[in-house]
Design a protein around this ligand. Structure first.
Ligand code: FAD
Length: 321
């Protein structure tokens, strides 16, 4: 018999995050013909239910309250735990995002179940599900199995292809009324430091700058290239420490982990802590003046040259496509 799989759908600035659709696709594998139920939490979410169905959800449960306008672990955990108690799913999947990272240990603790976090692939061997996740800063992968029947996962964005969107898919939408109590945290305002536009964690193309970019102004050609490719700008910690850009752009061991289709590293030496955040990108292009730079060890394509000459040339060429 198929499984009942819960997927936590995530909204960012009024748009469903792509990882929600990827989690539905992951859920479909595990459900084996069972049911995918997307859980949509917020203060006004009805406009997004149909999109979740178009991406493969059989059902959407909405939980709305003014107290859920902004994410809090207290508010969201009450919603999730109530919905889990009511529906008794066999599995729960959420994105390995800031929300997923914050919420998942709390839910695992309250349910007293195991959690496999940051998975990048799902496999079935000997009639049992196993989950692949990177370890040692992306230098190796481990295959994990859960001993409990309940499957609880967080999914690294950009690793599992969403099911093709089909607006003719049908499903049911139900609202769950929950009285939210005891939210210890009051969020008065959210101030985003990252640039508007494409979300770095989910971007298919990332153009990242390092200390070689030399100034905040030096990031402009990188932004132009990212705009032409529909991508996002990221940075090394070297660039952030030098105040060329905000820390919200930092990629690496102590920054964001990204897995885009294309990662273009500009003026980044390739320190091990930086590689931890990007070495699993599908295609890596490195632009560096130093032919001995470590970044070339992980690059699929290397350009030895001055980024201030190479990046504008790439932008012009991509504009022609
Ligand atoms: P550099 O190492 O100074 O490299 C600059 C590069 O630019 C050089 O290779 C140079 O040849 C090239 N260059 C210069 N001018 C040009 C030009 N005009 N055109 C082309 N190339 C040019 N780092 C991270 O990135 N992310 C992390 O999360 C992170 N976490 C860390 C955690 C810890 C505990 C520690 C100790 C360090 C961490 N670091 C992290 C820092 C890391 O060790 C490096 O210091 C940092 O990544 C270096 O940044 P960079 O490559 O931009 O600078």
């Amino acid at each position: 018999m198929g499984k009942k799989v819960f997927v936590l759908a995530e909204l960012r600035e009024g748009t469903l995050r792509n990882v929600s659709f990827e989690a539905i696709a992951a859920g479909k594998q595990i459900a084996e013909g069972g049911e995918i139920i997307a859980l949509l939490i917020g203060n006004s979410v009805q406009a997004h239910t149909q999109e979740l169905i178009a991406y493969g959800s059989n059902r959407v449960i909405t939980i709305e309250s003014d107290q859920l306008k902004h994410y809090t672990s207290d508010g969201y955990s009450q919603c999730l735990l109530t919905a889990i108690e009511k529906e008794q799913p066999d599995a729960l999947i959420m994105g390995h995002t800031a929300i997923g990272k914050d919420l998942s240990p709390k839910i695992a603790n309250r349910l007293n179940v195991g959690l496999i976090s940051d998975i990048t692939a799902i496999e079935k061997t000997d009639n049992q599900w196993s989950f692949i996740r990177p370890i040692y800063s992306g230098k190796a992968f481990e295959r994990k199995k859960l001993v409990e029947d309940f499957i609880f996962l967080t999914l690294r964005p950009n690793n599992i292809e969403p099911i093709e969107k089909d607006d003719s898919r049908s499903g049911t939408v139900t609202a769950l009324d929950i009285e939210i109590n005891d939210i210890a945290l009051t969020i008065k305002e959210v101030i985003r430091k990252a640039s508007d536009g494409v979300d770095l964690a989910e971007a298919k193309v990332v153009v990242a700058g390092g200390r070689g970019v030399k100034s905040a102004e030096g990031f402009k050609p990188l932004q132009e290239l990212a705009d032409v490719l529909g991508g996002a700008v990221g940075a090394s910690r070297g660039a952030c420490d030098a105040d060329y850009c905000d820390y919200s752009l930092q990629i690496g061991q102590t920054g964001k982990v990204v897995t885009p289709d294309l990662y273009i590293a500009c003026g980044i030496s390739g320190a091990i802590q930086h590689l931890a955040g990007m070495s699993n990108s599908k295609t890596i292009v490195a632009i560096n003046k130093d032919p001995e730079a470590n970044i070339f060890q992980v690059a699929d394509y290397g350009i030895v040259g001055d980024l201030f000459e190479v990046v504008p040339l790439l932008t012009e060429e991509f504009k022609k496509i």
